[in-house]
Design a protein around this ligand. Structure first.
Ligand code: CP3
Length: 356
């Protein structure tokens, strides 16, 4: 792949508050965006979603994907836009036939035996992902230069949990079991995901992403030894692989539920920032995480549905815990479809009034 990084400006030239925080600056008012900010809580998203047909049609039609990426920016003027896609487009490009069934979440052909894993192709068909790159180019063109465009992928562990089980499960037991019973086969799935995720992330950078995020939604269900092997190590290899070709790229990790494993995740992966979930312990985060990298989070998405004084109190707690360090305000996980838009506005007003 030929790489052209010339269009990627340094944070000083772009003047993006979000990038400044990832470079170590403490902002008086933290930049803010929301995980899953383009989604079903927005009527304009639901309209376009109905027009597009399937969820993957929405992801792979650049005009539509660019439009839903920009919808929350127009409405709320967030400091970052995240490209509208899904972590499961990578297994899709690896030929694993991904479908999203209405109301049921993703469905894939289960990759749950060593024999099936032997047939897994080692290189994705990146032409399938070209519409994502085209959507990135369109969004970067339209987006105010001060707003950061985030490209992303799933961490190999999390993507593998869906590939093995063929769907989401409450505790991703099928992948955990396969990793115990046949670590060599499971490592092949992880290795294929590492290599193809590096390629995919570099493609997103070249298409206009300013920063990258790696979502490891299911990291927190692993015991420490497995966490090191299946979450930290593959993520570290992705960070290294991206930086080798695109030095200086800022990368955020999200090892959801990592708890007391977060400091070693940060030390060993080399990420520039971490998303934290709402159960994170503030003094551990401040002393052993925020002292080294930027922190992003961590309002409970449920309190954003509840609203009222409970929401004000929870926002103030997040700000009191983290806003005096390098900090990006976000939710601790994705916004839920039933969230009232007025509560998002209440959140933004309160965060943006904040001065350290
Ligand atoms: O944040 C954004 O606005 C960008 C888009 C985005 C989506 N998925 C769109 C989406 C991002 C960053 C993701 C990441 C993702 N996808 C993760 C990691 C982060 C997380 O939320 O934990 C995971 C585990 C997935 C896999 C996935 N995709 C599941 C389990 C589901 C079904 C659950 C659900 O929310 O419906 C999806 C579908 C999905 N991905 C939707 C959206 C907007 C809803 C589909 C729809 O609109 O019909």
């Amino acid at each position: 792949m030929s790489l052209n990084w010339e269009h990627r400006l340094t944070h000083n030239e772009t003047n993006q508050p979000f990038l400044d925080v990832l470079s170590g600056t403490v902002m008086p008012v933290p930049p803010v965006w929301m995980m899953r900010q383009a989604g079903r809580y927005l009527p304009e998203y639901r309209d376009l979603r109905a027009k597009a047909g399937s969820f993957l049609d929405l992801c792979f039609t650049p005009e539509f994907a660019a439009e839903v990426t920009l919808q929350p920016i127009r409405r709320f003027n967030f400091d970052a836009a995240i490209i509208f896609s899904d972590i499961l487009v990578v297994p899709h490009a690896l030929g694993r036939s991904v479908r999203f069934e209405a109301g049921e979440g993703p469905r894939l052909d289960p990759l749950d035996t060593p024999d099936k894993i032997k047939t897994l192709s080692s290189a994705a068909d990146f032409s399938i992902l070209e519409p994502v790159y085209e959507a990135l180019r369109r969004v970067r063109q339209e987006l105010d230069r001060r707003i950061t465009l985030i490209g992303f992928c799933g961490a190999p562990w999390t993507v593998a949990t869906y590939m093995v089980a063929g769907q989401g499960t409450p505790d991703q037991a099928p992948a955990r079991m396969l990793a115990y019973r046949d670590p060599t086969s499971f490592a092949k799935v992880i290795d294929v995901l590492v290599e193809n995720s590096i390629e995919y992330l570099l493609g997103q950078l070249e298409a206009g992403a300013d920063v990258l995020q790696i979502f490891d939604t299911w990291a927190g269900i692993l015991p420490p030894r497995e966490f090191e092997r299946w979450s930290i190590e593959p993520t570290q290899r992705i960070v290294e692989g991206v930086l080798k070709k695109a030095p200086g790229t800022k990368i955020i990790g999200f090892p959801r539920g990592a708890g007391a494993m977060l400091p070693s995740y940060v030390d060993r992966t080399g990420v520039n920032g971490v998303s934290i979930d709402w159960a994170a312990e503030p003094s551990l985060i401040r002393e052993r995480v925020q002292s080294k990298v930027a922190v992003q989070g961590n309002l409970d998405p449920l309190v954003l549905i509840a609203g009222g004084e409970a929401l004000d109190r929870a926002i103030d707690d997040v700000l009191a815990n983290y806003a005096s360090g390098r900090f990006i305000f976000n939710l601790g996980h994705g916004i839920q479809p039933e969230t009232p838009i007025a509560h998002v506005e209440q959140m933004l007003n309160r965060v943006r009034r904040h001065k350290t």
